[in-house]
Design a protein around this ligand. Structure first.
Ligand SMILES: Nc1ncnc2c1ncn2[C@@H]1O[C@H](COP(=O)(O)OP(=O)(O)O)[C@@H](O)[C@H]1O
Ligand SMILES: [Mg+2]
Length: 374
């Protein structure tokens, strides 16, 4: 088991980054500090499984050479006290590792070192492999995450979320994450319902850390577009906080763009996910009801850093809607002809790259994709 040193939730704990490591070349290997050959014999196969070759320091002084530059530091329980004594710089992603039951004192020492947690082997072997596997990730920069929510039911939020994913996938890895258990199933919308791969139910059964690569490779996908969807079997399903956090974190590390389809129902977990999105899109129809619904969303997400509206239909002018809702209108689109047919045929909503849906998706993604390409 992996025991967080401050008793906090492991996920939260891991995200804690009191002293973010300075920018470092991607080719600095992880650092293992131990003189314990048995521990090393447990650790090296895990590093090999993750496809990384760590630097090994057999004493604290030689560890200092790459202490701050290594992307991850694993300090063996045998040298933890000695390491703490040389007072290395506090850094994120350092861990104390042991292959025996840790004495209570070890947690104190881990705290002194500023380690994020004490990793116990062999129990946490999988967790550690996933942590190390992320070091070989080809998307070291985090993805742009877009949350999509409807102003009213049937506004076209799910359709637009899929369209964003399809557009983004034209220029890099993208994933659409279905956070609406009551929705139609994003895999079906994208013609991937028959594809093998992880759905939420499988993710809810996994425990611990998921590397970006594991998630990306486990999801149903077509080309560069992956989908995290519900396994629709008629049973009521709900979002599980730990699975959502873990999935989003891995998705963000493994893709260039992450699109999250958010349900409108009030749920603190949905609000949390929305808060983690870089950009929030409220899809709304141009009608009195649609505008009122979008205004409610503006109030609900009043603190969000970058909310905006995508307006469907031409009954109202964008400027009028922007004023009434109190949010900028990022795009306005006519109804997409042949949408139902495109979805039925398994092409997803974005069958044509020139229709109104594609143009609106391109607008919304213009800035983030330009930034990612820069
Ligand atoms: N851009 C669009 N053009 C035409 N019809 C659309 C568009 N977006 C959604 N629809 C239609 O509206 C209905 C609801 O769409 P959906 O995306 O599921 O909405 P929401 O997720 O907001 O409830 C669907 O029947 C869909 O075909
Ligand atoms: Mg929906």
């Amino acid at each position: 088991m992996t025991v967080p040193v401050d008793g906090d939730n492991l996920l939260m704990n891991r995200n804690r980054s009191p002293h973010p490591s300075p920018a470092r070349p991607a080719d600095v290997p992880p650092l293992v500090v131990t003189a314990d050959d048995d521990l090393l014999a447990s650790l090296l196969p895990l590093a090999a499984a993750a496809d990384v070759a760590p630097t090994i320091a057999r004493d604290p002084r030689s560890a200092l050479t790459t202490w701050t530059r290594a992307p991850v530091v694993l300090v063996g329980a045998d040298l933890a006290t000695a390491m703490a004594r040389v007072a290395p710089e506090l850094r994120a992603r350092s861990y104390v590792v042991t292959d025996v039951r840790p004495p209570d004192q070890l947690f104190r020492t881990a705290l002194d070192l500023g380690a994020e947690s004490v990793i116990e082997l062999p129990g946490s072997a999988d967790w550690l492999v996933e942590l190390l596997a992320d070091l070989t990730e080809r998307h070291p920069e985090r993805a742009h995450v877009i949350g999509v929510i409807g102003g009213t039911g049937g506004a076209g939020a799910t359709t637009f979320a899929c369209a964003l994913g399809q557009w983004a996938a034209r220029s890099g890895d993208a994933v659409v994450v279905d956070c609406d258990p009551q929705g139609p199933g994003l895999d079906r919308m994208l013609g991937l319902e028959r594809s093998e791969g992880f759905r939420w139910d499988a993710l809810c059964r996994t425990t611990g850390r998921l590397s970006a690569r594991s998630l990306r490779e486990a999801l149903p996908r077509r080309g560069t577009l992956g989908v995290l969807s519900w396994y629709v079997d008629g049973r009521p399903q709900t979002l599980q906080a730990f699975a959502v956090r873990e999935a989003l974190s891995a998705a963000r590390r493994g893709h260039r763009v992450v699109v999250v389809d958010l349900p409108r129902s009030p749920d603190p977990l949905v609000d949390e996910v929305a808060a983690r999105c870089d950009q929030l899109v409220v899809v709304t129809v141009g009608s009195v009801v649609g505008v009122a619904g979008a205004a409610r969303m503006r109030a609900r997400f009043a603190d969000h850093a970058d909310p905006g509206v995508v307006l469907r239909g031409e009954a109202f002018a964008a400027g009028e809607v922007a004023r009434a809702v109190g949010l900028p209108v990022r795009a306005q689109m006519r109804d997409q002809r042949g949408l139902a047919e495109a979805v039925d045929l398994g092409f997803g909503p974005l069958r044509s790259l020139r229709g109104p849906l594609a143009r609106a998706a391109a607008r919304v993604l213009e800035a983030p994709l330009a930034e990612a390409a820069a």
